[in-house]
Design a protein around this ligand. Sequence first.
Ligand SMILES: Cc1cc2nc3c(=O)[nH]c(=O)nc-3n(C[C@H](O)[C@H](O)[C@H](O)COP(=O)(O)OP(=O)(O)OC[C@H]3O[C@@H](n4cnc5c(N)ncnc54)[C@H](O)[C@@H]3O)c2cc1C
Ligand SMILES: NC(=O)c1ccc[n+]([C@@H]2O[C@H](COP(=O)([O-])OP(=O)(O)OC[C@H]3O[C@@H](n4cnc5c(N)ncnc54)[C@H](OP(=O)(O)O)[C@@H]3O)[C@@H](O)[C@H]2O)c1
Length: 441
Amino acid sequence: MSYHPAPEYDVVGVGFGPSNLALAIALDDCARKQRVSCRSVFVERQPSFKWHGGMLLPGSNMQISFLKDLVSLRDPTSPFTFINYLHKSGRLLDFTNCRTFYPSRIEFNDYLRWVAGQFESVVEYGETVVAVEPVSAGQSVVALRVLTQTEGGEERSRIARNLVVAVGGLPHIPAVFRAVAGDPRVMHTSGYLDSPVTAGFGGCAPRVAVIGGGQSAAEVTLDLSDRIPDSNIDLIFRGHALKPSDSSPFVNEIFNPEYTDYFYSQADGQREAIVRSFRNTNYAVVDPDLLDQLYRMTYQQRVTGARRLAVHPRSEIVAAHARPEGIVLELLNRDEDVRHRATYDAIVLATGYERSPVPAFLDPIRRYIEGGTLDRDYRLQTSPAFRPQVHLQGCAETSHGLSDTLLSVLPIRAQEITTSLASTRAKQFDPEQHLVERVYL
Ligand SMILES: Cc1cc2nc3c(=O)[nH]c(=O)nc-3n(C[C@H](O)[C@H](O)[C@H](O)COP(=O)(O)OP(=O)(O)OC[C@H]3O[C@@H](n4cnc5c(N)ncnc54)[C@H](O)[C@@H]3O)c2cc1C
Ligand SMILES: NC(=O)c1ccc[n+]([C@@H]2O[C@H](COP(=O)([O-])OP(=O)(O)OC[C@H]3O[C@@H](n4cnc5c(N)ncnc54)[C@H](OP(=O)(O)O)[C@@H]3O)[C@@H](O)[C@H]2O)c1
């Protein structure tokens, strides 16, 4: 049997969503400008590019200006701008006539896919990174072994001099739903469009509960009532009212790239206070236009008497049971100390996402990590004998601010990471390991 050594790369990117897509552009720019080669590969779990595919709802729009695309903030002359995408698609003038900064999510996904298509040669789709292990030479860790699993179950291995992780969030399933989470009648919004609920219920008027009071909950509620007009929807959340997201201009300045410097320079307690005070820019809030739409809809139903959508504020779910007749929820209104039970044909959990500061597949290198915070360039702080650089995108809201999980600073962050990688002379490999010492990038 012939032995194939694992291929070696200067940079392995884990995940190929918008963050690592922006990095692919920045690395490509850097390599062109400095006339040096950079061997990179991005490993993506999905079989092809899709940006939050389960939520590509027909009526949903971007929550950020198209000028905050993958590259414009850094280089508006780049061929990878949203405007160039419109130009190449023959829609530049027509888009202008729409008089908006906020394209549909379907169009922005198409833009991202168009860019991803131009980096096809550096992406492996349908592979999940399962572990990242140290490769040692003497006392030092000189590289990383990136282990993946393909959709077909095949295991693969690559050697990385540096790693950039951008894996997004995981669906948050509240503890009370864990016992019923495997039931096909219970789904998280991240898989909404692929779930049986969107296929309808064979003509019967289904009872559906949407749990949560954020943007996903509002969008799914409107989509369901459009898609299945005879459905009876209960929108259930813990807060007192559905609240609008604050995207007013002065507040929006917290998403400017320079705000990251300010935020990063603050003490931990102050950072926490800032995130808390601006939480309503992003979490558990709804776009004001969408709120108006929902309100008008419930009002109109009162006029006609055909109530299909009921909004249940101040409602906590204290138990969930899977029964043959449906999913039974036990609800508690704490204010009034009133409990009641309701049975549903389907439950949609619009309960948001969780992000781990250090994803589990990095466990084998955890012992080399020093300090709990990434450095300003999003790099894990590691012990001196650990030579590879590991950068994390989207895991640092507590140290870099609310923009970290969003699209707001993608081009600038990608540039900062690229500069950090490029400025390191890679004395990372031992010649006896058949890897040459050379200037990186
Ligand atoms: C429905 C929805 C709409 C949003 N709209 C906006 C918006 O309008 N504006 C805004 O600023 N933000 C928005 N956001 C926030 C969102 O986080 C960012 O838009 C963006 O997706 C972040 O990009 P990312 O690449 O960091 O993460 P993701 O887009 O989540 O991409 C991560 C990628 O990593 C892959 N992956 C995960 N684990 C592995 C693994 N182990 N191995 C290989 N691949 C892996 C995933 O398949 C995925 O493709 C939205 C979020 C949601 C859920
Ligand atoms: N069109 C778009 O651009 C679009 C569409 C969808 C989402 N997004 C983005 O995606 C991100 C996530 O939004 P999201 O709406 O999915 O999540 P989210 O804003 O985090 O909201 C999650 C909701 O779930 C509730 N929740 C969490 N745990 C709960 C529990 N144990 N019991 C009951 N309720 C619970 C929260 O209530 P509490 O507040 O009571 O905890 C909150 O109302 C945001 O950045 C958003 O802007 C964008």
